[in-house]
Design a protein around this ligand. Structure first.
Ligand code: XMP
Ligand code: MG
Length: 191
């Protein structure tokens, strides 16, 4: 591991580069800031752990450059399901720390796949009387969508392939990869 990173050998190909992620994050932050310039109490950014952790950190700082004040909160949820597909039945592992009644909430998501998790989450947040709930998702797999969810801000539409990096994992690994890519088939074979 003298040169490069341990994961270089495991990545088959890059889907979205580090530069593309940086530029898109700035663009999304600019749009969200322009659309919410006058929110009275600023925005409440709700990060969905763990996948959106990297995006949250970069997105919040990008908003900070020109946008309204933000507060950060974090939820961890797990979707009951078979293997890698989600069922839409969701369990809360970590709830919001604070009351969101009357707040303008932006859900910060890594990726929208079937849409089942997000659809549940939006109903949950709306039931807690937020003034508004909108979603920013860095990635979306449009061909995988099973339930239509209103995602106002989308970074990249990507093919229906399993991807890792920039927060996204396979068996809890590869989250630190700075770009998003597809693993070599042998990585799955050896796990
Ligand atoms: P649904 O299908 O409910 O699921 O929209 C969304 C959640 O599933 C995870 N997900 C992925 N995680 N690589 C990952 O590491 C992927 O390609 C992928 N696709 C979906 C993710 O947690 C997302 O929030
Ligand atoms: Mg996620």
């Amino acid at each position: 591991m003298a040169d490069g990173s341990w994961y270089d050998a495991d990545i088959d190909h890059v889907i979205i580069s580090e530069t593309q992620i940086r530029d898109k994050t700035a663009e999304l932050a600019k749009q969200v800031s322009a659309d919410h310039a006058d929110v009275p109490d600023g925005l409440l950014l709700v990060c969905i752990l763990k996948g959106a952790a990297m995006f949250m950190a970069d997105f919040a700082r990008a908003i900070g450059r020109h946008g309204p004040p933000v507060e950060l909160d974090f939820m961890a949820i797990s979707s009951y399901g078979q293997g890698t597909t989600s069922s839409g039945v969701v369990r809360i592992l970590k709830d919001l720390d604070r009351d969101i009644a009357g707040r303008h909430v932006i859900v910060v998501e890594d990726i929208v796949d079937s849409g089942l998790t997000l659809s549940w989450l939006l109903r949950y947040l709306e039931s807690r009387s937020a003034a508004s709930v909108e979603v920013v998702a860095l990635f979306r797999k449009p061909e995988a969508v099973k339930v239509p969810v209103p995602v106002k801000y989308v970074g990249f539409d990507i093919p229906t392939e399993f991807v890792v990096g920039y927060g996204l994992d396979f068996a809890e690994r590869y989250r630190e990869v700075p770009y998003v890519g597809v693993l070599k088939p042998e990585v799955y074979a050896r796990s």
